[in-house]
Design a protein around this ligand. Sequence first.
Ligand code: G3P
Length: 217
Amino acid sequence: MKFFVDTAEIDQIKELNDLGMVDGVTTNPSLIAKSGRDILEVTKEICDMVDGPVSAEVVALDAETMLAEGRKLAKIADNIAVKVPLTWAGLQTCKTLSDEGTMVNVTLCFSANQALLAAKAGATFISPFIGRLDDINTDGLELIDDIRTIYDNYGFETQILAASIRSANHMSECAKIGADVATAPPNVIKAMANHVLTDKGLAGFMADVEKAGIKIL
Ligand code: G3P
């Protein structure tokens, strides 16, 4: 499973990228707003730092303007994936951009039907939002599983990019289901390393190192 980092914070991307934990980056208008940076400048900086796909989202709602924005974003770097919302305008834009050879990430997906439409429109990635479905007491992971089944039934090449990931458990469950990608905030990726028994075991080793006076250097 590929790890994408879901943030526009350069220093946090760099930290994980230096550890080889970054296969791509996703941003959205809220993450760009939170960064306080110009979307074109910060996106370019991310593209220069990361080899994998970098998702940058359009902000228009109509197809004509979305397409113009998408073409401008695509010019930033070869590894840009233009992000469009799962609306008919977004699907129309997805079809045109993907036919032009631009990677497209169709976002704000909350149903299997929406994911089917995105695949038929030639999406490179589909972004089903797990956490926001959980927030309304539905099972976000079940949607990932449904999309995996449907895409495998018909050999759709669109990659499932699990999004709105809120916990380390979401990461492992997405891997068990077979999501192609999971995009998560840096703190969630870091939390994947945490386990109380690891901490307890290490403390026990250190106590014995101290007791036995074990030295290597
Ligand atoms: O990439 C989509 C993601 O940023 C949304 O996450 O936690 O706002 O639902 P969240």
